[in-house]
Design a protein around this ligand. Structure first.
Ligand SMILES: [Zn+2]
Length: 415
């Protein structure tokens, strides 16, 4: 009888225990995005990650981004220390109001871990950290140095990734070979996602007593016409253009407000638009076109305000060496390595915008993210550790050791 299978399963079991325990500790530290308030919301979890990393043989430090809010940087030296592979995941979470599970208890039930951030994105972060720890412990030196960045503010204004791009930690490298951004993708490799343009449309009027409405422009009625126009004249045409991986753009009237009292003709009504853009669409042009259409129809009855948020789409070349190799690593461990696209956005587009080949990949499902009972499958969390070790060691990644699977599995098949 060979002792081998027992040894393997014991190793897998210890990875499972370790990654679950680390994720539980991360979930237990609240890091709800403060939505622009001056609160150092992510710093406790950043400090925990730095301390944990140092205890586990990795170099780590904090970098303040804004208002005492800190990114955490963790490094593992490779054979080529001037080139790095970047792992990026965000430390902040969305709100916890109306959750139906305790947000910070990290309860485990039926093979899943429950809590805010379990899959978005502390699960991917935990898998990245255990993979780096395992390599440091084993004495295996990856071909390129690994820099992990746990960043703030992904759920609001992306200031963490912006701070990271300005940081010495990246600029000191001769080349960032590629980046894996940790988000819940069901362990599929995302190479394309939509961007976003959000703006307000505002209608105004003189206002007055509701018993004397004659001749008063009612902004709520103006906005009602605008909403109808968007839904019946603009949205149906969005399907005319579609990207092979992310599908057509979308336009949603996501918020409305107006009126000051039940017996007053309102003097203002405003809506919020959320327009998801395709790779190749310029969000500013999208806004300008939308404004031109609305102004043509409604004249000066309404104002289309400048966008208050613009986010870039992601369109990474699946044939890039690093990207193809991440797909090959997935195939190597028996997963689907074909690239896919998504409708939701991530920090990857900001990294791609400065020329870093960036993909999004992590355990957990986006359908469990932001939910009242957010959770992650622990089998998938555990599998992510092996995938990341394979990516970082470059056995299939760069063909520097063992088999080189190159980009043979990297065709854009998922539509
Ligand atoms: Zn996320």
């Amino acid at each position: 009888m060979s002792p081998e299978p027992t040894l393997v399963s014991r190793t897998e079991e210890s990875v499972r225990v370790d990654v679950t325990s680390l994720l539980a500790q991360l979930v237990a530290i609240p890091s709800v995005n403060p939505r622009g308030q001056a609160i150092p919301a992510e710093t406790a979890v950043a400090t925990f990650v730095a301390d944990w990393s140092r205890r586990n043989g990795l170099d780590a430090w904090l970098e303040e981004v804004v208002d005492g809010r800190c990114n955490v940087i963790v490094t593992l030296p490779g054979r080529d220390q001037s080139r790095i592979v970047l792992l990026e995941s965000h430390l902040d979470t969305v709100e916890v109001e109306h959750m139906t599970v305790p947000p910070f208890e990290a309860r485990v039930d039926g093979g899943r871990l429950y809590g805010r951030g379990a899959c978005d994105a502390k699960g991917p972060l935990a898998a990245f950290l255990i993979a780096m720890r395992d390599l440091a412990r084993s004495g295996q030196v990856p071909p390129y140095s690994v820099v992990l960045a746990g960043v703030v503010d992904e759920e609001h204004e992306y200031r963490g990734v912006t701070g990271l791009l300005a940081s010495e930690s990246l600029s000191a490298a001769r080349e960032v070979v590629g980046a894996v951004v940790g988000e819940p993708t069901d362990l599929r490799m995302v190479v394309a996602h939509k961007g976003c343009m959000r703006c307000h449309i505002v209608a105004s009027g003189p206002g007055g007593h509701s018993s004397r409405p004659w001749g008063l422009v009612n902004p709520i009625e103006s906005i009602a016409e605008v909403v109808t126009h968007l839904a019946s004249d603009v949205v149906p045409h969005l399907g005319d253009q579609a990207h092979p991986l992310v599908g057509p753009p979308t336009l949603v009237t996501s918020m409305i407000s107006g009126g000051s009292g039940p017996n007053t003709v309102p003097n203002e009504c405003r809506i919020t638009l959320d327009r998801r853009t395709l790779p190749g669409e310029d969000p500013h042009n999208v806004w300008a076109e939308l404004r031109a259409g609305v102004e043509q129809k409604f004249g000066d009855r309404v104002v289309v305000e400048e966008p208050f948020l613009v986010d870039l789409a992601l369109d990474t070349d699946p044939a890039d060496t690093f990207v193809a190799s991440v797909g090959a690593a997935l195939s190597h461990v028996g997963r689907d390595g074909a690239p896919i696209g998504t409708g939701w956005g991530s920090d990857a587009s900001k990294l791609a915008a400065v020329g870093i080949p960036a993909v999004v990949l992590g355990p957990g499902s986006i359908t469990d993210a932001h939910k009242p009972d957010e959770s992650i499958d622990i089998d998938e969390l555990t599998a992510a550790v092996e995938i990341m070790r394979t990516v970082l060691m470059g056995r299939v990644t760069y063909g520097m050791e063992g088999r080189n699977l190159g980009g043979s599995d990297a065709s854009p098949t998922d539509r």
